[in-house]
Ligand binder design. Structure first.
Ligand code: NAD
Length: 467
């Protein structure tokens, strides 16, 4: 039995952030991980997916080089090099993985390789290894892709994001069906479409692209842009039983328009993720789960039903985002230290979808604000008139601000180039409960994409510059 101030079960973003933050506060920490530190985000999710999205962006840029006054030699057409894109991505993942290992070592975090489970007395037993006792324990076991009953994921013809982020194929599929138009489905539909794969998106809900989450105006700009680039989108689609043929996979589906069948080389299933909470001794330790398998927590402290045991990240029913797990890690550690943490404001976290164009937001959508009973005032500014967007050749986009009439900004929404980075100004405004006028009076550099944010805020005054 080894004793620590903190034992962390799971080494994804939630787990390593908890370990690093606790160690920086002087706690002795053990981190138990069954695979590699970094978790889904680093090895099968955020980082590899964004690296592939970047490869698609470079390909798009090179393919349109002529429009920007850069000639390719006659007869030369750029081609995607899928193995090279995957190799570059793997290099970035390896570098980050090594960096993380080094950081944990420097902070003197004991990383224990193996599968850990809680014991009845609240310790963590590592299979074939030691039992670790923490004054506090944080469970951060993450999530895995959800499967469709009766549709076997074989990892080659039927895949999830676990495989799409780690392809060892020597070339891209020619035809792909993406089932589920949420964040993962939209991001991969964007990658495949831009790399010239014939891509069909099948979504169960009435809007085919990002049906839940972003403001409809922003999601619609993305949907239009993807369609314009060749993505075939079918909303309200019910996918039937796949039929494996010698030429590929036949995907039958029904929509209100009727029944259809398409043949593809690969099917990507991206219908959501489920928490990993089985086999980790939760029941034995008196850690309560909800009916979907999420670990129940007090969101003010991240404490579970067992005193001294916390849970954070994808295994709890909060937004499944690495940066939310980081924030929850700090809350749990601070509470374990006997401090009074500031809870995460889940309604105002930053959301980013790294598609082309990117979609990002914080706070209430227009529909949600109206539903909540606010008297809302909404202003939008399209990227089409923005000089910098024109220079980039990327004018698909808009900024949309939702504010309480005469009051603070309730929601900030953006679609367009670098929305992933620019949204943090909106995030700050929403969380600071700034008035549109507070932001409108601040100067935005010219020419910049950010000007669209300033212009939108100024419009709330009833006057405007270019808007
Ligand atoms: P999601 O919940 O975002 O989207 C799943 C989509 O699949 C939904 O639109 C749903 O209506 C649809 N769907 C469900 N069952 C279906 C069916 N049988 N047929 C057709 N459509 C169906 O889930 P995801 O895209 O798999 O992402 C999972 C998690 O990963 C999310 O929690 C997300 O937050 C996280 N993630 C975030 C990012 C990001 O922030 N950029 C990127 C990737 C993943």
């Amino acid at each position: 039995m080894a004793d620590y101030d903190l034992v962390v079960l799971g080494g994804g973003p939630g787990g390593y952030a908890a370990a690093l933050y606790a160690a920086s506060a002087g706690m002795s920490v053990a981190l138990v991980e069954k695979e590699k530190v970094g978790g889904t985000c680093l090895h099968r999710g955020c980082i590899p997916a964004k690296a592939l999205l970047h490869a698609a962006e470079v390909f798009r840029t090179v393919a349109h080089a002529g429009e920007h006054g850069v000639k390719l030699p006659a007869g030369v057409t750029p081609e995607p090099d899928w193995p090279a894109a995957n190799k570059r991505k793997a290099g970035i993942v390896n570098q980050l993985h090594m960096g993380l290992g080094g950081l944990l070592k420097r902070r003197k975090v004991t990383v224990v390789d193996g599968f850990g489970a809680l014991t009845a007395d609240g310790a963590v037993a590592v299979q074939g290894g030691d039992t670790l006792r923490g004054k506090a324990t944080i469970i951060t076991t993450g999530s895995v892709p959800r499967a469709i009953p009766g549709m076997e994921v074989d990892g080659t013809t039927v895949i999830t994001s676990d495989q799409s982020t780690n392809s060892d194929a020597d070339r891209l599929p020619e035809r792909i069906a993406v089932i589920g138009g949420g964040v993962i489905g939209a991001e991969f539909a964007s990658v495949y479409t831009d790399l010239g794969v014939s891509t069909t998106l099948l979504e169960a809900l009435p809007h085919g692209v990002l049906p839940i989450g972003p403001d409809r105006d922003c999601a619609d700009v993305l949907a239009r842009s993807l369609r314009k680039r060749g993505l075939s989108v079918h909303a309200e689609a019910r996918v039937g039983t796949l039929e494996h043929t010698s030429a590929g996979v036949v995907v039958p589906f029904e929509t209100p328009k009727g029944s259809e069948k398409i043949e593809v080389d690969q099917v990507l299933v991206s219908i959501g993720r489920r928490p990993v909470s089985e086999g980790i001794g939760a029941e034995e330790a008196g850690v309560r789960l909800d009916e979907r398998g999420f670990i129940e927590v007090d969101p003010n402290t991240m404490a579970t039903s067992r005193p001294g045991v916390y849970a954070i990240g994808d295994c709890v029913a909060t937004p499944g985002l690495a940066h939310v797990a980081y924030a929850e890690a700090m809350v749990a550690v601070e509470h374990a230290l006997g401090e009074n943490p500031v809870p995460v404001d889940y309604d105002k976290v930053p959301w980013v979808v790294y598609t082309h164009p990117e979609v990002a937001w914080s706070g209430l959508t227009e529909a949600a604000a109206r539903e909540a009973g606010y008297d809302v005032e909404v202003h939008k500014h399209a990227m089409v008139g923005n000089g910098r967007a024109m220079i980039l050749g990327e004018t698909d986009g808009l900024v949309k601000v939702v504010a309480q009439r005469g009051g603070p900004i309730l929601g900030f929404h953006m679609v367009g180039p670098w929305a992933s980075e620019l949204m943090h100004e909106g995030y700050l405004a929403v969380n600071w409960e700034a008035l549109p006028d507070d932001v409108g009076r601040l100067i935005h550099a010219h020419p910049s994409l950010s000007e669209a944010i300033g212009e939108t805020m100024i419009t709330f005054s009833g006057r405007s510059l270019h808007g």
